[in-house]
Design a protein around this ligand. Structure first.
Ligand code: NAD
Length: 334
């Protein structure tokens, strides 16, 4: 099947070619983000594959339907960038990668927490300048601290399990209770309950209900000096409110792998350019903020499963088999 691979990264192409040997699809790699302006590039491709920052809204889907696209395969778990209702209306199937090493993201979230708390990012730069002082690098013991997990699904539960291993008290907020989360020692609290935590880590999807779930109100009530980790989706946190909370000292630090306005910025090199996003620039200027470019998934194991599953979904579609990873409009809040 002819597949237009939007936002194809260099690191994906070699592996995709290798994995495609057993599928035989005709893969065409495009650097471009999929959006209304670039959607005509997909004309004539029955399959289109996208990544986290591509826009697959009604307008784009209308273009795709006109160009005879029948399936959109997103190379990620989250599907907040896809208008499922419109896809259904235009008769376009949507598949995702519902399950790939959730450990990759959970482990990265723990890494961000450790770096943020113990200032490892600052120590790294200091020692490279032969500055071996410790002033400003003090953190706190994690043992005995309370860690809140917002979204106790696959990734949140693994993150909680690791933190329980550190000797932390793990609490969780979710609209669905997971026995697995309780089995690892997690205790459910209501939305306000997370405000008692020393560390809050985001692991729910971005939906209309979770947009800015950590907003000005929550940030005004978090424990003084609490650390916020977001490896899920930028829109879960009101970034401007977080900046104010960091300025007041209420928030002790923040580590973000995702950012509300990351589309068009992340996965690109702007090192020789002046970035016009003042909010991001302000964030980067804080000593107690770590920003990474949406890389929590990026392990050998996860990437291989992501790309393999994407190709398999397209093969399923081509041969008329049931789509294992189909997302339907009715699951749009899942
Ligand atoms: P999952 O579906 O297993 O878990 C998500 C959990 O969030 C579920 O338990 C669900 O009930 C809960 N949830 C849904 N709505 C909620 C609400 N309103 N309030 C509280 N909880 C709610 O998903 P997962 O595999 O654990 O992935 C979680 C998220 O991680 C994804 O949606 C994606 O946005 C993000 N992610 C990020 C990366 C990265 O590289 N940074 C990679 C993969 C996934």
């Amino acid at each position: 099947m002819r597949v237009a691979m939007f936002s194809a990264q260099d690191y994906e192409r070699g592996l995709l070619n290798e994995l495609n040997a057993s599928h035989g699809h005709d893969l065409v790699y495009l650097d471009a983000l999929l959006e209304s302006e670039t959607a005509p590039l997909a004309a004539g491709f029955p399959a289109v594959s996208v990544f986290v920052n591509d826009t697959v809204d009604r307008d784009v889907l209308r273009h795709l339907a006109r160009g005879e696209t029948k399936i959109v395969a997103t190379r990620c778990t989250g599907f907040n960038h896809i208008d499922l209702e419109a896809a259904e209306e235009f008769g376009i199937e949507v598949v995702r990668v519902s399950n790939y090493s959730p450990n990759s993201v959970a482990e990265f979230a723990v890494g961000l927490l450790l770096a943020l708390n113990r200032k490892i990012h600052r120590a790294y730069h200091r020692t490279r300048e032969s500055d071996f002082r410790l002033d400003g690098l003090m953190g706190f013991d994690l043992v005995g601290r309370t860690v809140a997990v917002i979204g106790t699904g696959k990734i949140g539960t693994i993150f909680g399990r690791i933190m329980a291993g550190f000797g932390c008290t793990v609490i969780g907020f979710d609209v669905h209770r997971s026995p697995e989360f309780e089995r690892i020692g997690g205790r459910y609290v209501d939305a306000e309950g997370v405000e008692t935590a020393d560390v809050i880590s985001m692991h729910c999807p971005l939906t209309p209900e979770t947009y800015h779930i950590v907003g000005r109100r929550t940030l005004a009530r978090v424990k003084n000096g609490a650390l916020l980790i977001n490896t899920s989706r930028g829109g879960l946190v009101d970034t401007e409110a977080a900046i104010d909370a960091l300025k007041s000292g209420r928030l002790g630090g923040m580590a973000l792998d995702v950012y509300e306005q990351e589309a068009g910025l992340f996965y690109r090199d702007f090192s020789s350019t002046v970035i016009s996003d003042d909010v991001l620039q302000r964030l980067i200027s804080f000593p107690n903020v770590i920003v990474t470019g949406h890389q929590a998934f990026f392990t050998r194991e996860a990437l291989s499963t992501i790309l393999g599953t994407t190709l398999e979904s397209i093969s399923e579609f081509e041969s008329g088999r049931a789509l294992t990873n189909r997302i339907s409009h009715t699951r749009s809040n899942g």
